[in-house]
Design a protein around this ligand. Sequence first.
Ligand code: FAD
Ligand code: 2HG
Ligand code: ZN
Length: 476
Amino acid sequence: MTFDAQAWLAEARSLIGETNVLTPNREEDLSAFVKDWRGKFQGPALAVLRPATTAEVQGLVRLAARAGVAIVPQGGNTGLCGASVPMTSGRQVVLQLGRMNKVRELDVRNNTVTVEAGYILQQLQELAASAGRLFPLSLGAEGSCQIGGNLATNAGGMQVLRYGNMRELVLGLEVVLPDGEVLDLLRALRKDNTGYDLKQLFIGSEGTLGIVTAATLKLFPLPTAETSAFAGVASLEDAISVLDVMRASMGDRFSAFELISHPALELVRQYFPDTPPLLEQDCAWYLLMKAADGGDGSALNDAMQAALMACMEQGTIKDVALASSLAQTQVLWDLRENVTHAQQMDGGNIKHDVALPISRLPAFVEGMLPELAHAFPGVRPIIYGHLGDGNLHFNVSAPDGVDAKAWQTRTDAVNKIIHDATVALRGSISAEHGVGQLKRDELLHYKTAIEMDVMHRIKKALDPQNLLNPGKVLNT
Ligand code: FAD
Ligand code: 2HG
Ligand code: ZN
């Protein structure tokens, strides 16, 4: 059967309205939807479709299935693995969920909220705070990423140490399946053992198994006091000793433990020259820590100071600055977020998002640095990330004088060194960003045949026509 694109688009328009079907022509610039945040992946779209209800998503999925049109679900398009934009081959539409942005229910007593997939993460944090609750997921792209995207990538970020990643914050989901059926799993229960936990299949599946249209999420008590500190340490071993002390003395109040290497800090200073000096001495590594609690701030500050002092007495912390105002706190967290931006401004890098048992991280990094330097003289590893979760962004920037674009051609060789060592220590080559197009072929190499086979069987069972985000995660 021949495909009549114009007739198909006309049907799409009749389903969701003329203005919600964007097509590639001079008036409608689709670049924001067809190119990824890093500018690394880009593919043509037959159209960008912007449904506003679950019924509209359902109608579009059925329309696409009838004509064999593939769908690329998209939230804020902040993903870092090329999963949210079309592939270069095939007949694909982008299904942009941004208009599905209603709050379906805020149940403060049950500590839950049900929002649609297109709700922006930062708006959800604000909504929760206005009800005296916390929605703890927090990451650099929170001003534009959407709950659907956070679910589809099982996003992590800054507070996983205390609250877990997105998977752990979900109680219920509503999903449109590839055949257009709506799977209503929107339950606001903390206990429910009635068979397989189907929602887990869709979390982290990067839009390959179903389209998330709404979610019921957990809320937590809103801390009334918060304190952040920035400390310098000489080694990763010392950093991990600091983590032990902080957790032992602060318990659950300790909510974030981020690592920034000296070269990462220097890069931020280069591109954000307003970054103020924070410590009196340079150190090899810096730790950005946060604790939060109810009550007034003085007890929390005292506890944080006492724990930091204990580390200084042990000699693990060399120098420390405690934020004493909201403005100072903001400076510290801006600095952390700016590492990614500074790297982007520097011309890009070869990204690695690895997780290892935290006990093995020091040996991993110490082994990796000389090996990389030997293989690529002058190379600039920019290491930072969520040390408290054993998750490092081991990004590798071009050696001085090497063009950033030319450096990208070395990706396979750099990946091999870092990913081989990660997997040898039973680590993960994608801790929080996902697979998308970027690491799809790496999965084939590092996962067992049986693991891949089970993933393919699940994909085939739910999406036999291979319509949802083909070419992402799996070689389909
Ligand atoms: P998109 O990029 O639009 O999509 C990502 C994936 O989800 C794609 O596979 C897409 O098809 C799928 N998808 C989107 N919506 C739906 C839906 N409704 N149903 C089904 N599938 C869907 N990530 C972290 O984990 N931790 C961090 O600390 C972090 N920091 C970041 C900082 C910056 C500056 C940037 C640019 C990114 C960062 N990220 C981080 C990565 C990114 O923000 C997250 O992966 C985020 O969860 C993606 O959300 P999104 O709405 O932008 O999704
Ligand atoms: C972060 O932790 C993000 O800042 C982005 O996950 C990491 O840019 C990166 O590699
Ligand atoms: Zn991260």
